[in-house]
Design a protein around this ligand. Structure first.
Ligand code: S3P
Length: 174
């Protein structure tokens, strides 16, 4: 595989997977800048398509409807090229989504320690699934096996977004 600004006929699509607060959006933007790719945030695509924020979708229609909009948004990514997409924290938990994502791109798990995620997300009103720390730790534990099915994993707790962008590029090109 050859990703980056100098690669030829490159239709690579890269998806960042991981828990809330793992840095998917921040690292995704840095990676896209580094590769000179487009960047998309799946939650923003879902909101734009629904004409409502993620919070409003959860409040008005419930989580099940959000998950079905999320799967449809993943499906719509199949036409993208040279793009980095930050997925929402629950998107890779669904087997159906994992199958779709495997068919259209490469997935990278930002494996970030839960205590760092908790520091970043605590008190954030825009995350409808946010509960107390113990609930978040339990959710994290339940989801790890799904995240571990990503094509590649990087340790995301210590490095800067730019350092992670370089590491991910190296992994994809190795
Ligand atoms: C969710 C994570 C959120 C968003 C929605 C559900 C989850 O995205 O998709 O609130 O199930 O973990 P972030 O991971 O960007 O916070």
């Amino acid at each position: 595989m050859n990703v980056g600004p100098n690669s030829e006929l490159d239709d690579t699509l890269i998806f960042l997977v991981g828990f809330m607060g793992a840095g998917k959006t921040t690292v995704g933007r840095a990676l896209a800048r580094h590769l000179r790719y487009a960047f998309f945030d799946l939650d923003e695509l879902i909101s734009a398509r629904a004409g409502k924020s993620v919070q409003e979708i959860f409040a008005d229609f419930g989580e099940a409807e959000f998950r079905s909009l999320e799967s449809a948004a993943i499906d719509s990514c199949r036409h993208m090229v040279r793009s980095v997409v930050a997925l929402g924290g629950g998107a890779y938990v669904s087997e159906e989504n994992r199958v779709s994502l495997r068919a259209i791109g490469k997935t990278i798990w930002l494996d970030c320690p839960i205590e760092i995620c908790l520091k970043r997300i605590s008190g954030d009103k825009s995350r409808p699934l946010l509960r107390d720390d113990d609930n978040m730790r339990a959710l994290f534990v339940r989801r790890r096996a799904a995240y571990a099915e990503a094509d590649y994993a990087v340790q995301a707790g210590e490095l800067s977004p730019e350092e992670l962008a370089i590491e991910i590029t190296t992994i994809l090109n190795s």
